[in-house]
Design a protein around this ligand. Structure first.
Ligand SMILES: Nc1nc2c(ncn2[C@@H]2O[C@H](COP(=O)(O)OP(=O)(O)OP(=O)(O)O)[C@@H](O)[C@H]2O)c(=O)[nH]1
Ligand SMILES: [Mg+2]
Length: 452
């Protein structure tokens, strides 16, 4: 039998949000920034090995706990025990209209195993909340207070803790359903473990599984980013003219943006979010962020041909096929082969053909600066999704915080320049095993915190 957790609290404290975050599903229930959103009791289960382990029961919020608790003091119920009052008051048809929502909660109280009392700690512990706890205590069930909105700057956390301690409620859990932390969730399940000794092992397995799932999501997201960066870095586009046409440039830019969009889609799917949860502007690509001239000294340098000037570069190419092929990585040689529409060959005819072809061609390739921007955008997105609760309602629009040292920038530029030469990695289904890829993975990992 699954353990049944009754999620209760004042209206609008985040009860439905808590359930969405725990089940990692934004479809559950309805969430609004006003009271009285949930009007009916609704149940959903957290599973372990395809079996329900914990039933989460959402309830409408308390609206008039003060009025309801006053009935406890009336002569009708004076001689009753708390539990008797709880059962009898629900039968009183005169009260049904006044306490319609409260009675839905009371009905569940006798059926549940543990009560999770959700508190909006931006509110001080006032009388109405205290009466909610008085009412809940009548059920003689364990109560776990959830201090929700714990990331809100102005809050009454200390007051609530003091007040809860006075009621012997020491095992509270801090939470924020919008900014999610695995450690908060773990604390919740550990608290349940202490209350449910017979479920200890199952809950332990469940905690481990949640941690493992989170680790896997992070690992796969990092891997997808590395793959995307490699595809962006190595995706050179050969143009039919000396300077790329507007159409060729558009096609190139579009391809890069599409690669980033695919990465975002992969992450959304990994973290079970919807497309509307992320609203990132298109990557800004301005002219000059890619290399256009084959005789550009930098372009040739990145292909392993060292020259003093563009003119010298042209001369260097003309100087002999040996210089060209000797200095080239396999990737660059493949690109040259593709340029002349043939495989990589040697010999005089190749040199002549190559010279003629190169003079009338250009190559579009993303520059390291743009790849660094892609790396930052990617790691920021992963970090956001890793900590995004499924109750969050605002779309992620990116972040500007990209503090990087000069040394880091130089290191990344160098790394991307090297990866860019590996055009043989273009189109591979995943980044290959290689020292450069390990370095890239290390750079990504450095910008992302450990799984927490
Ligand atoms: N920033 C922040 N917002 C939250 C948090 N929890 C809930 N909210 C917001 O608070 C509002 C109310 O959340 P709900 O989950 O609908 O609250 P509820 O307790 O189920 O409300 P009722 O069903 O009306 O009783 C929504 O706008 C949520 O986005 C939180 O931890 N942090
Ligand atoms: Mg609700």
């Amino acid at each position: 039998m699954p353990t049944s957790l009754l999620i209760v609290g004042h209206a609008n404290t985040g009860k439905t949000s808590l359930i969405r975050t725990l089940i990692r599903d934004h479809e559950f229930g309805d969430i609004q920034n006003y009271s009285g959103t949930t009007r009916h009791v609704e149940k959903i289960s957290l599973q372990l090995n395809d079996q329900p382990l914990l039933d989460l029961i959402d309830t409408p919020g308390f609206e008039d706990s003060i009025g309801l608790w006053q009935t406890r003091q009336t002569p009708d119920y004076a001689s009753f025990s708390n539990e008797q009052w709880l059962n009898q008051v629900q039968q009183d048809t005169r009260l049904h209209t006044d306490f319609e929502q409260e009675f839905k909660i009371l009905k569940q109280l006798s059926r549940c195993d543990i009560i999770l009392y959700v508190i909006d700690i931006r509110q001080a512990p006032l009388g109405k909340y205290l009466d909610e706890l008085n009412i809940l205590a009548c059920a003689n069930k364990p109560i776990v207070p959830i201090l929700n909105f714990c990331n809100a700057q102005d809050n009454y956390e200390q007051d609530w803790k003091r007040y809860l301690a006075e009621r012997q409620l020491h095992a509270y859990v801090r939470y924020d359903t919008v900014a999610f932390y695995l450690a908060d969730e773990r604390k919740l399940y550990q608290t349940l473990q202490s209350l449910l000794p017979e479920q200890y092992d199952a809950l332990q397995t469940f905690i481990k599984q949640r941690e493992h799932d989170a680790e896997l999501r992070l690992k796969n997201a990092k891997r997808a980013l590395a793959h995307t960066l490699v595809q962006c870095a190595t995706g050179q586009q050969i143009c039919q003219t000396q300077a790329p046409t507007a159409e060729e440039t558009y096609r190139f830019e579009n391809r890069i943006r599409q690669l980033e969009k695919n990465f975002i889609k992969q992450c959304l799917s990994l973290y079970a979010f919807r497309e509307e949860d992320v609203a990132l502007d298109d990557l800004a690509l301005q002219e000059g962020q890619w290399q256009q001239d084959l005789f550009d000294a930098d372009t040739l340098k990145s292909w392993g041909i060292s020259t003093g000037s563009s003119a010298a570069a042209g001369a260097a190419i003309g100087a002999g096929i040996d210089i060209l092929t000797a200095g080239l990585s396999l990737g660059a040689a493949t690109t040259l082969g593709a340029l002349i529409g043939a495989g990589v060959q040697t010999g005089r005819s190749f040199k002549t053909t190559l010279m003629n072809k190169l003079r009338n061609r250009s190559v579009l390739a993303l520059k390291p600066e743009s790849l660094i921007a892609l790396l930052w955008r990617g790691t920021q997105l992963i970090e956001h999704l890793h900590h995004r609760g499924h109750a969050a309602q605002l779309a992620y629009q990116g972040s500007d915080a990209t503090a990087a040292s000069k040394a880091e920038l130089a290191r990344l530029e160098k790394l991307f320049a090297k990866i860019g030469q590996r055009t043989e990695w273009q189109g591979l289904p995943q980044a290959p095993e290689h020292e450069l890829i390990s370095q890239l993975q290390h750079e990504i990992a450095q910008r992302l915190p450990e799984n927490e």
